[in-house]
Ligand binder design. Structure first.
Ligand SMILES: Nc1ncnc2c1ncn2[C@@H]1O[C@H](COP(=O)(O)OP(=O)(O)O)[C@@H](O)[C@H]1O
Ligand SMILES: [Mg+2]
Length: 181
């Protein structure tokens, strides 16, 4: 569950990117956030991830008010989230397989689990034949699917994606979304 209560974000530059946002996304819901470029979509996602701090208001994730979360607890918060960033954030010196496996490695998954899980999610996003390639050898859409595979691989309780279909071969773009299992 994600709940925003009167959340605003003013950057140091004085730009108010989010103004008094209040909404709730329940378990099982598939929510889309649609808005013009610069309307604050990415900022709102960064607030959920606690990559940026809200200037005012409260953000409650899975029953916990993350406004007061200590910095050392942030990695635990992120573990419940599968995130696809707008700029993908793939590791350039790792292959497709390694990029996805690394996400499991950092949460201390067993090698056996990694060997089983990674090929499964790569198949899911249609990249089994690109496992040995490096990100710069892939198209934008393929890179985005690697990012999606990486977001899914640890079976998170919510998926947060910033412009998930921007680079995919699709007639329609979805904007940003959060999906809560
Ligand atoms: N780190 C930052 N510092 C200052 N202003 C920012 C920063 N990030 C975004 N902004 C500004 O906040 C507004 C919202 O940006 P953003 O959340 O990226 O919008 P969107 O994702 O909807 O395109 C824009 O005016 C942008 O210039
Ligand atoms: Mg954005």
């Amino acid at each position: 569950m994600i709940e925003f209560k009167n959340v605003s974000k003013v950057y140091k530059t004085g730009t108010e990117a989010v103004h008094n946002a209040s909404f709730t996304i329940e378990k099982g819901e598939f929510a889309f956030l649609v808005g013009q470029s610069g309307s604050g979509k990415s900022t709102l996602i960064k607030l959920i991830l606690k990559e940026e701090e809200a200037s005012s208001g409260n953000i409650i994730i899975n029953g916990k008010d993350i406004t007061f979360l200590k910095p050392k607890r942030v990695p635990y918060l992120r573990r419940s989230m599968g995130v696809v960033f707008q700029d993908f954030r793939l590791l350039p010196d790792k292959t497709v397989y390694e990029n996805v496996a690394f996400a499991m490695y950092i949460v201390k998954a067993t090698p056996k689990h990694i060997r089983r899980q990674v090929p499964m999610v790569l198949a899911l996003v249609g990249l089994s034949n690109k496992a040995k390639m490096y990100p710069n050898q892939l198209s934008g859409g393929e890179q985005q699917r690697v990012a999606l595979a990486r977001a899914l691989v640890n079976n998170p309780s919510m998926i947060i994606a910033d412009e998930p279909t921007r680079k995919l071969r699709s007639r329609y773009s979805m904007g940003d979304y959060a999906f809560i299992k």
